[in-house]
Design a protein around this ligand. Sequence first.
Ligand code: COA
Length: 275
Amino acid sequence: MNDSHDVVLSRVENSIAWVSFNRPQKRNAMSPTVNRRMLQVIEELEFRDDVGVLVLTGEGDAWSAGMDLKEYFRETEAQGLKATRKAQSEAYAWWRKLRWYQKPTIAMVNGWCFGGGYGPLFACDLAIAAEDATFGLSEINWGILPGGGATKVAIDLMSFRDAMYHTLTGEPIDGRKAAEWKLVNEAVPRAQLKKRVVEIADILLKKNPVALKAAKDAVRRVKEMTYENAEDFLIRAQEAANFFDDEGRKEGIRQFIDEKSYKPGLATYDTKRKR
Ligand code: COA
């Protein structure tokens, strides 16, 4: 389906959209072409009924080596402020789209993940890495601060000490350390990476999709709120979800209370069955 020269590949299999950076010869560095293409690809997938979860990964031995130093930085800066701002907005646009994506998203980090790569890494709801993947805020190593949101990602996900160490030293860490520092949910041996990601995707595919979207947005929104504001926001968010999917919630209650066919503490109700 995809042109082999496409810098982004995608395919849908068993309700999972597999989207991958496809510039392995450049370690999947994000050029303006990649950024423009990525937005098109994820927009095309977002509202499809055959897509329940999106997985973002990389072809070859890289997830993404971050922003393309030549095409994203040097060449656009050479064209002046307008070109620089345009390139930034193209990159930020697809990361933002992904942060608020309609479907849950998983970063499957198969290799190098540097600098600007932390934008889409954070944009994905969950992240699973190969134990031997390599992460780094390498900006300090080539003379800039981690921009494009990367510093914010570091301090949002990691402890103050780990974020500061990671930012100032530019030392790479492996997938295990990334899991320990909470940059990713977990790290698994490379041979099991895809299997584990499919396992998690399958858990998500069984959930009520309206509830999933409401819940993932709520996690991101309430992080910035006071307790009082969060309490109020969550009431409104649930009521808004009920407006479109009141039956789903009632069916979940019915299967437990009346039918006794599952226990919500231990499993998910059968979303395929509606009265
Ligand atoms: N921007 C532009 N080009 C990049 C790139 C990037 N971020 N990362 C890799 N490349 C290019 C290299 O220039 C090289 O191109 P060439 O074949 O035309 O010479 C090609 O990709 C392969 O890179 P190479 O360094 O030879 O691969 P490696 O496997 O030995 O090392 C990395 C992989 C990721 C450790 C190394 O490429 C690297 O440090 N990249 C930069 C990472 C970075 O700082 N990113 C943050 C940007 S915000």
